[in-house]
Design a protein around this ligand. Structure first.
Ligand SMILES: CC(C)(COP(=O)(O)OP(=O)(O)OC[C@H]1O[C@@H](n2cnc3c(N)ncnc32)[C@H](O)[C@@H]1OP(=O)(O)O)[C@@H](O)C(=O)NCCC(=O)NCCS
Length: 159
């Protein structure tokens, strides 16, 4: 698998909306409600314009269509990651391959908040080098060790 990552663009709005409203992705999210198209559009515009956030689409090889997304949110001062795959590509080992490949190229401290019941996501986080450092009622807080950042702009090259 030679994963290709490219930054999300405004024209990816429909694809990202479809992914975000997939039942398995909704269930894994903090907000499990369906997202309305207009609020999704506002969210995407704000995310793409925000220097403290990054959003990538992932394709399993050069020239292939994207099948998943990775997001990095630095608004709290930590690199908080999230990830998801289109439903037809889930459960095939691709999520593990995707996250491990992306993380291989990164030496900064990464965080993820994962529902305790989300076994596939817990598994792939562990495989990619994250450790669950704290648990609350429904969430595990996972950390992958690395250097701490003060600003996302200091990283000029992402995977
Ligand atoms: C989370 C996600 C990216 C994982 O990717 P995936 O390709 O489906 O997962 P994989 O097939 O790589 O499986 C990872 C592990 O979970 C296990 N697994 C997969 N589906 C499972 C299930 N329904 N129940 C329990 N374990 C499961 C696999 O056996 C594998 O275990 P292993 O490491 O022991 O081999 C994907 O399922 C997804 O997009 N889910 C919806 C969104 C989501 O949960 N995002 C994460 C929010 S934190």
């Amino acid at each position: 698998m030679t994963w290709q990552f490219r930054p999300a663009r405004p024209e990816d709005a429909q694809w990202l909306w479809q992914l975000r409203n997939t039942p398995s992705v909704r269930l894994a999210s903090l907000n499990t409600e369906p997202i309305a198209w207009h609020s999704h559009q506002d969210w995407l515009a704000a995310t793409l314009a925000d220097p403290a956030q990054r959003l990538w689409l992932a394709a399993p090889r050069q020239g292939a269509e994207a099948i998943g997304q990775l997001r990095l949110d630095f608004r709290t001062g930590q690199c908080l990651m999230s990830w998801s795959l289109m439903p037809e590509w889930q459960g095939l080992g691709l999520g593990k391959s995707l996250l491990c490949t992306w993380c291989q190229g990164i030496d900064v401290e990464l965080w993820a908040q994962i529902r305790l019941q989300n076994h596939p996501s817990n598994q792939i986080a562990r495989a990619a080098g994250f450790t669950c450092v704290r648990q609350t009622d429904i969430l595990g807080h996972w950390c992958r060790a690395g250097r701490t950042l003060t600003d996302l702009q200091t990283i000029t090259h992402w995977p």
